[in-house]
Write a protein that binds this ligand. Structure first.
Ligand code: E4P
Length: 224
């Protein structure tokens, strides 16, 4: 399963790029709003600058539209693609009846769409059939509404596989712990997107610490 970083924070992106474990970056308007005020495009260009600096141009970058009418979504998506100038850019468009038309038109025009704010397998089917490259299920927000993200991810993955659909991948976002990441993988998500703090915690285990401590103690005795 691929690991994406869910942030617009430049320092976190640089840290993750240095460690080489991410194959994508996802942003959204709320994540952007945590960053210092400024120009949206300039900020995205800074992210692209970091990706280039680490020679990581195969990394997928998802940037969300903030327009809401379908015609405006299409115009804004095209502008983002033109201004950000990044080969592996995907445009995040929320799922919705009106939005499906934008997802379809953008996809057939060759723009990679990450359909976002998905809460059900039914929404996944619509977005996939409209041409979305990624379908982003909001794991813990599903749970908060008493739904099951493992059901949504599992049923969607089964449907994709049964129909040999390989050009659409499930991203599970809205991660709150390392356990969510493992659960998403077991349910069949192709990708998880999570904040840096979750990956830091995933790298740690008390058993690792005690093993390393013991190795160092034993070896120091041998060296002495
Ligand atoms: C996914 O693409 C979204 O950016 C994100 O994971 C939403 O998660 P949240 O519930 O932590 O805001």
């Amino acid at each position: 399963m691929k690991l994406f970083l869910d942030t617009a924070n430049l320092a976190d992106i640089e840290t993750a790029l240095q460690k080489g474990f991410i194959t994508g970056i996802t942003t959204n308007p709320s994540l952007m709003a945590k960053e210092p005020k400024g120009n949206y495009i300039d900020h995205m260009k800074k992210i692209v600058g970091l990706i280039n600096q680490y020679n990581a141009n195969d990394i997928s970058l998802s940037v969300e539209v903030f327009a809401q009418a379908k015609e405006d979504i299409i115009i804004q998506a095209e502008e983002l693609v033109g201004d950000i100038e990044y080969e592996n850019l995907s445009i995040k468009v929320p799922i919705g009846w009106e939005e499906l038309e934008a997802i379809y038109k953008l996809s057939i025009s060759g723009i990679s769409v990450n359909c976002t704010c998905i809460f059900s397998e039914a929404q996944c089917m619509l977005a996939t059939n409209a041409g979305a490259r990624y379908i982003s299920i909001f794991g813990n927000r599903v749970k908060e509404l008493r739904g099951s993200f493992t059901q949504a991810v599992g049923a969607t993955r089964k449907w994709l596989d049964m129909n040999d659909i390989t050009n659409t991948e499930i991203i599970m976002g809205s991660i709150r712990s390392g356990i969510d990441i493992v659960d998403a993988q077991l349910a069949g998500a192709h990708i998880v997107t999570a904040g840096l703090s979750h990956y830091i915690k995933m790298s740690e285990h008390p058993g690792t610490d005690s093993s390393v401590d013991q190795f160092m103690t034993d070896f120091k005795e041998w060296l002495a």
